[in-house]
Design a protein around this ligand. Structure first.
Ligand code: SF4
Length: 94
């Protein structure tokens, strides 16, 4: 099976996938077992041109597992909380 982030349902919904660094990379790399290294997956993400889109997608869809946009679940939670805090700090922000 060819990898696309999170076994995405439709590449048409996410045209950015066409530029993903991880296409063709072993999916297991992006879903490491608890306690194992995420370094290799993050290396793939590091040079990815669609890292921001991938991260936004994962956060918007509450992806709980795997490496998305170069970040682990824990790291994405921090980003999500920071974004929510920033939104609350700006009146009338959506
Ligand atoms: S940021 Fe990482 S997981 Fe997301 S599309 Fe790029 S290489 Fe794939």
């Amino acid at each position: 099976m060819e990898w696309n982030p999170g076994f995405l349902r439709s590449a048409e919904e996410r045209p950015w996938l066409q530029r993903a660094n991880c296409t063709g990379v072993d999916p297991e790399l992006f879903f490491p077992q608890r306690g194992t290294s995420t370094r290799e997956a993050k290396e793939v993400c590091r040079g990815c041109l669609v890292q921001a889109e991938c991260l936004d997608y994962a956060i918007a869809n509450g992806e709980k597992f795997g490496i998305w946009g170069g970040l682990s679940e824990r790291e994405r939670r921090r980003v999500r909380r920071a974004r929510l805090a920033a939104r609350r700090a700006v009146p009338n922000a959506s």
